[in-house]
Design a protein around this ligand. Structure first.
Ligand SMILES: NC(=O)c1ccc[n+]([C@@H]2O[C@H](COP(=O)([O-])OP(=O)(O)OC[C@H]3O[C@@H](n4cnc5c(N)ncnc54)[C@H](O)[C@@H]3O)[C@@H](O)[C@H]2O)c1
Ligand SMILES: [Zn+2]
Length: 404
């Protein structure tokens, strides 16, 4: 990182001498948006970011299959000195072994300190490559190219990298800023619809904590965005992504390193790690976030914090965009256990994020077993209602799309 400011001082005022080193590491990274597909020969963004540095490309295996040839043609034409490695983008493979494999490749190809790691893939690839970039030669430049919806609106934008270890979700990792992030919506054209829906859960999260306008947009157009994988109505699709990115970055502002453990962004991320791991990662990250948010919304209702109308609106939105509501891998004891784990993770305080109206949240420190049992039963009944023909919830409460 350039621009380091560190100063040394000798302090003799305390009886014995104290030698003090003080440092500040300013950093800046840009999130860029391409006008044409990123590997189009006329699109210079990636080539300009890499410039004349040697690059290690870390590719999600599915990206390698679909875009590998186009990437190599682009890289050759741009005269970039490149080495390629690919990894499994499955959650169950978000392991130290894959970080080691990337680092091993960097050593094998003698990637120099001024070289750059370029990760192209979903959240799993970005997390693994980011951690590898953090530890290789004590930190090397890192460029992200997110290719999934979660990557574009969440995992690609901050400075965190986490991997799973010892049965714990995201227990190892680093805070390490990328040098640049390059966003290209056209990648979503090849993403499975299940992963698009999973990504929408993170957008719903942003809407509930801070941006009800996003929820209204998704209520009107979410289904079309899923069906077209964000490729139709490009202005709307780009607007939804851009709004989500900005809401996320605004939330991260001032707390990138999470020194304040009261984070609205943790909405949907209290029960979800337990749900994901209990399912053996068969339940996707965004799906677990959707299930967690559903439980939390039900708890808010039980506590009288959220209005019935808003809860109905949210579950109607769930239905529109096909977000999963309930799960069968965690019972109330598991979910209570998850809260204890979260309490340890959040420095002893639960800081359970609950919406009090769309766009506003508060933090609760006490969630009881009856709260959870109520929420589990409530979510089961919502999901059951969804299976009944014509049993949509809260119809007519919101959802007029005339404004858009
Ligand atoms: N570090 C962070 O700040 C942060 C934030 C949010 C989520 N995450 C992590 O991100 C992960 C979830 O991200 P995800 O949903 O991107 O998962 P993912 O990386 O597993 O990608 C989902 C699947 O889609 C495939 N894929 C990705 N892009 C594709 C494309 N354009 N075309 C075809 N297939 C494609 C992948 O191979 C994978 O099978 C979780 O591990 C979560 O913990 C991290
Ligand atoms: Zn998440």
């Amino acid at each position: 990182m350039h621009g380091e400011k560190s100063t040394f001082a000798l302090d003799t005022t305390r009886g014995t001498p104290v030698l003090r080193m003080r440092g500040v590491l300013p950093f800046e990274y840009e999130i860029l948006h391409v006008e044409r597909p990123i590997f189009d020969p006329l699109e210079r963004t990636l080539a300009c970011v890499i410039d004349d540095r040697p690059a290690l490309f870390v590719l999600d295996k599915n990206i390698e299959t679909t875009y590998g040839t186009r990437l190599r043609q682009y890289v050759t034409a741009a005269g970039i000195q490149a080495v390629y490695t690919s990894l499994s983008g499955e959650e169950s493979a978000k392991t130290w072994t894959q970080v080691e494999a990337v680092v091993g490749e960097a050593i094998r190809c003698e990637l120099p300190r001024h070289g750059v790691v370029v990760a192209i893939g979903g959240g799993v690839t970005l997390d693994i490559a980011g951690l590898a970039a953090t530890v290789y030669r004590r930190g090397i430049c890192y460029v992200r190219v997110p290719t999934s919806l979660i990557g574009l609106v969440d995992a690609g934008l901050g400075i965190k990298h986490g991997i799973n270890y010892g049965g714990y979700k995201s227990i190892l990792g680093s805070f390490y800023p990328p040098e640049a992030v390059i966003c290209d919506r056209s990648f979503l054209a090849s993403l499975a619809k299940r992963h698009i829906v999973s990504g929408l859960a993170e957008i719903v999260k942003l809407g509930v904590i801070r941006a009800p306008d996003l929820l209204e947009l998704l209520m009107c157009l979410g289904r079309d965005l899923v069906d077209s994988r964000f490729q139709r109505h490009s202005e709307v699709a780009s607007a939804v992504l851009m709004r989500a990115e900005q809401v996320l970055l605004k939330e991260l502002e001032g707390n990138l390193f999470e020194s304040d453990l009261q984070r609205p962004l943790d909405f949907g991320h209290s029960f979800s790690p337990a749900i994901e791991s209990a399912s053996g990662y068969a339940i996707l990250h965004g799906e677990a976030v959707a299930m967690d948010m559903a439980l939390t919304i039900a708890i808010a209702l039980r506590r009288g914090l959220c209005s019935e109308q808003e809860v109905q609106f949210l579950f109607e939105l769930y239905e529109r965009i096909n977000l999963p509501v309930n799960q069968s891998v965690c019972g109330s004891a598991d979910l209570m256990g998850a809260l204890n784990a979260i309490r340890r993770h959040r420095g002893g305080a639960l800081n359970f994020v609950v919406p009090i109206q769309l766009g506003r949240v508060i933090f609760l420190q006490d969630i009881s077993r009856p709260d959870i049992e109520y929420a589990l039963a409530y979510c089961d009944s919502v999901a059951y209602g969804r299976l009944q023909p014509g049993s949509g919830l809260g119809r007519g409460t919101h959802g007029t799309c005339d404004r858009f």
